[in-house]
Design a protein around this ligand. Structure first.
Ligand SMILES: [Zn+2]
Ligand SMILES: [Zn+2]
Length: 390
């Protein structure tokens, strides 16, 4: 049934009832007319045959509360000039302002086969019609699930496999998500032939709407699974093992496709998003792909130079300090940082920081005094050349 026909035809008039007629009045009117106009009772009377067809058509719409509502709304909308573009040219524009449409809902079924415009009308009237829209439950992709995990610093840098425990809807183990009691199976909905969509199209125009019989799922479950009551979904605690790649940063989000909530009755699952938190480390810090650490050294080690042992994530390396190295200098140990995405690794940046002894014994104190005298005699003045010296 096209909208053009709906607007051109007056089903109430065909049945001889008012537009406010009750369901009972419509039923009675139809029965009487159908009896009177039946071709068996009027052989060879083509006018009666036409009337009979019209009455049947009118009854098919008006006896169905949902269709009647849609019909009424279509006519009301047309009468008020509410159709965008004011016309009914198939493929004509005018629907750009339909911001409330959910594209997934509109085109997700894809089985109507009569082009998008019919779907648009169907969607529009379902939404406007209330009852139709509210009961729709076409198989939908499961929701995305968010969870988080906290990793040790070293695990985050080197990569680690962690178990994640989650309680979320998952396909029912009893019916494997079909929603049907084991041993039975859902049958293809005879009304929509499994498409979940009924289209009523005549001529260029058509309506597509979710099938009422199967609520848009395309299948009918005669014996619902006793565990999930036909939904195909159960709440389950799952433990999944997630491999976190080396070098993950604090606050990163990892997407695991298909590990989210199960879709209803066999629809695809959603995705799982894991937000990764990284604990700080007592030794190492991180700047991008570089690791950082502060290495305590003695004054003597900076002055004389030498090799000191420095921790890395994998072990230790000897760091060469050149003689006369300044306090606070940053030494770079190449390739001992965080693994980079494209291969290779960042560096380990070692900041040298002089540790000042707090409790020197007599011998060391004496030696230090002797050293300072020698230093002065040798001509070293720490404040030489300093702007604040005099
Ligand atoms: Zn089940
Ligand atoms: Zn159906």
């Amino acid at each position: 049934m096209s909208q053009r026909e709906w607007i051109e035809k007056d089903f109430y008039k065909d049945l001889g009832v008012s537009s406010s007629a009750s369901a009972d009045e419509i039923k009675k009117a139809y029965r009487k007319l159908a009896r009177d106009l039946h071709p068996d009772a009027n052989p060879g009377d083509s006018a009666a045959e036409e009337r009979f067809k019209a009455v049947s058509e009118a009854n098919a719409v008006l006896s169905d509360p949902a269709k009647r509502k849609e019909y009424d709304e279509t006519r009301r909308l047309y009468a008020s000039g509410g159709f965008p573009g004011g016309g009914f040219q198939p493929g004509g524009g005018g629907f750009s302002g339909s911001s409330t449409f959910d594209l997934g809902d509109l085109f997700g079924g894809g089985a109507a086969g009569d082009g998008g415009l019919g779907d648009l009308f169907g969607g529009m009237f379902n939404r406007g019609g209330g009852a139709g829209g509210a009961t729709r439950s076409r198989p939908r992709r499961g929701s995305d699930v968010e969870t988080e995990t906290t990793l040790d610093f070293r695990d985050a840098v080197l990569g680690v496999t962690v178990p994640l425990r989650m309680t979320s809807p998952a396909p029912c183990t009893t019916c494997h998500g079909s929603g049907a009691e084991p041993g039975t199976s859902p049958r293809v909905c005879p009304r929509c032939n499994g498409s979940g969509i009924v289209s009523r199209n005549q001529g260029a125009f058509g309506f597509s709407e979710p099938c009422d019989d199967c609520r848009g799922s395309g299948s009918i479950i005669d014996n619902p699974c006793h565990d999930c009551h036909g939904s195909g979904v159960q709440n389950r605690t799952r433990t999944i093992t997630v491999r976190v790649p080396a070098g993950v940063k604090d606050g990163s989000k990892i997407r695991l496709a298909g590990q989210g909530e199960a879709g209803l009755r066999g629809a695809p699952s959603g995705d799982l998003f894991v937000t990764v938190h990284v604990r700080s480390d007592k030794v190492f810090g991180r700047e991008g792909d570089d690791l950082t650490l502060v290495l305590p050294v003695s004054y003597g080690e900076l002055v004389l130079g030498g090799t000191v042992s420095v921790p890395t994530l994998e072990g230790r390396v000897g760091l060469k300090i050149p003689p006369g190295t300044a306090d606070g200098r940053v030494m770079r140990v190449r390739g001992r940082g965080v693994a980079k995405r494209g291969g290779g690794s960042g560096d380990l940046l070692v900041t040298l920081k002089v540790a000042i002894p707090q409790n020197l014994d007599d011998k060391a104190t004496e030696a230090l005094r002797a050293y300072l005298q020698a230093e002065e005699a040798g001509g070293f003045d720490p404040r030489e050349g300093w702007a604040g010296a005099r």
